[in-house]
Design a protein around this ligand. Structure first.
Ligand code: ADP
Length: 248
């Protein structure tokens, strides 16, 4: 970690698909312990931006640095996950036939260690870590329930818990509240705010009341670059943002 460096630094990043610029001179800086909301109309480049950060897509040009000195454009997806960038996709990928507790064990131990998961041969520290995560995701009382029997919202929280087991420094979350009830949406905002006390979070979401609830700096993308950035009040009253959502 370079002293005072942002956790994530992207500058002048561009990527084209068949000559079409999906990301066009994009810059984004996220500080340690910051939660940032990313909004923007369909096709704005939000997913491609996440793909670049996680090494799924390599930019044609531009800089992407983690913790000041780690050049993410030179690393593959597995390396990037290992150095502390976790990603939650929209569709939860929990192990349906395992309990909530065992899902967390699998996440902590790695999927290879099914033996440890089945026989709970965890040390004291691992056990404590899982208890903490269960508290954070509010599933302590549902620990023995099969993941298949959780609600949609609870599955999303379990998957966030599984990512927390890997202790990421930066967590990318793609549309976490899609399909959730209002109560689940409010609970998810609380959960992300709690997570952001100890790590950075980038959350892509369309639900504006949820973003208001998060109460964080917002970056609006359009046509692959930053259209507007600041408080939700600032961004949502920006003429450029309004025009871009209305397609004018
Ligand atoms: P968002 O997530 O904001 O909806 P995307 O990042 O998915 O936007 O897409 C940005 C643009 O890039 C879209 O026009 C999309 O069609 C295009 N695009 C994304 N990925 C690919 C790809 N692998 N091949 C071709 N075009 C792509």
């Amino acid at each position: 970690q370079t002293q005072n460096a942002p956790l994530l630094y992207m500058d002048g990043v561009s990527v084209s698909f068949d000559g079409f610029k999906a990301i066009d001179n994009l810059s984004l800086v996220v500080e340690p312990g910051e939660m940032r909301a990313i909004i923007g109309p369909n096709g704005a480049g939000k997913t491609t931006m996440m793909d670049i950060i996680t090494g799924k897509t390599r930019p044609d040009k531009g800089e992407v640095f983690f913790e000041g000195s780690t050049d993410l454009t030179q690393l593959d997806e597995a390396d990037i996950a290992r150095i502390g960038i976790g990603r939650k996709f929209q569709k939860p990928t929990v192990f349906e036939s395992q309990s909530v507790f065992d899902n967390l064990v699998l996440a902590l131990e790695g999927e290879r260690s099914v033996f440890a998961a089945l026989f709970h041969s965890l040390d004291e520290e691992q056990r404590k870590r899982i208890e903490e995560i269960l508290e954070t995701i509010r599933l302590t009382s549902r620990r023995d329930v099969l993941a298949a029997d959780l609600s949609h919202g609870q599955k999303q929280w379990l998957e966030i818990g599984m990512l927390l087991a890997q202790d990421p420094k930066l967590l990318l979350v793609d549309e976490p509240v899609a399909g959730m009830t209002d109560a689940e949406t409010i609970e998810t905002a609380r959960l992300l705010r709690e997570i952001a006390k100890t790590r950075s979070v980038i959350v892509v979401e369309h639900d504006m009341s949820f973003i208001r609830d998060l109460n964080v700096k917002v970056t609006c993308l359009a046509e692959g670059s930053v259209l507007s950035e600041g408080s939700l009040a600032h961004v949502s009253s920006d003429e450029k943002v309004i025009s871009s959502y209305l397609g004018r």
